[in-house]
Design a protein around this ligand. Structure first.
Ligand code: HEM
Length: 154
């Protein structure tokens, strides 16, 4: 029997994806999609607020939007976010008049501590070199395109 890989590890994680102003509900600054801790059996687990399921990367190159809130419209943008979230946070989050950055702005401030800041490539700091350069990102995208299976939905 052939085992078909699913290209997800079935875990949940908190990537701190930026807020998407295109979502109508987000016009209310008090509204947040909290992800896993909003599930009925997880209401007491505030440490999981902001975590979303790792989706399968099968056919990922065919998707029109990326991440739970559709913040990014291209795979390239999603991957540049991965490697530059912490090295260039001003590219992804609102910047206050005093120059401070509203990092992880799609979560209430009390839950921002839940965002993964330990695993590569999220273990970097402003000014450091991103984990992948532009050519390496393109190489990852070329690999991700090999996960397209040709299914057309018919
Ligand atoms: C080379 C390594 C990786 C690549 C190429 C990659 C790629 C991607 C892409 C393209 C998406 C968006 C998929 C979609 O919305 O349909 C995604 C989502 C996600 N990935 Fe990764 N990923 C990688 C590593 C990781 C790691 C190390 C973690 C956990 C520490 C992780 C956790 C997640 C989670 C939780 C989501 C969903 C986030 C959300 O919807 O807010 N990924 N990944």
């Amino acid at each position: 029997m052939v085992d078909h890989p699913l290209f997800t590890d079935f875990t949940y994680d908190n990537l701190g994806v930026p807020r998407n102003a295109e979502i109508a509900a987000n016009s209310n600054p008090a509204y947040f999609d909290l992800g896993l801790c909003d599930r009925d059996d997880m209401k007491t687990r505030s440490d999981w607020c902001g975590a979303f399921k790792v989706p399968s990367l099968r056919n990922v190159a065919l998707r029109p939007v990326f991440f739970h809130n559709g913040k990014f419209k291209t795979l390239k943008e999603a991957l540049v976010f991965y490697v530059q979230r912490d090295t260039h946070p001003e590219k992804w989050y609102p910047v206050n008049p005093d120059g401070s950055i509203q990092k992880f702005d799609d979560l209430p401030s009390k839950y921002r501590v839940n965002v993964n800041t330990e695993e590569a490539p999220y273990d970097r700091h402003p000014g450091e070199v991103p984990a992948l350069n532009d050519a390496e990102i393109d190489d990852v995208i070329a690999f991700l395109k090999t996960l397209n299976d040709g299914w057309t939905g018919r």
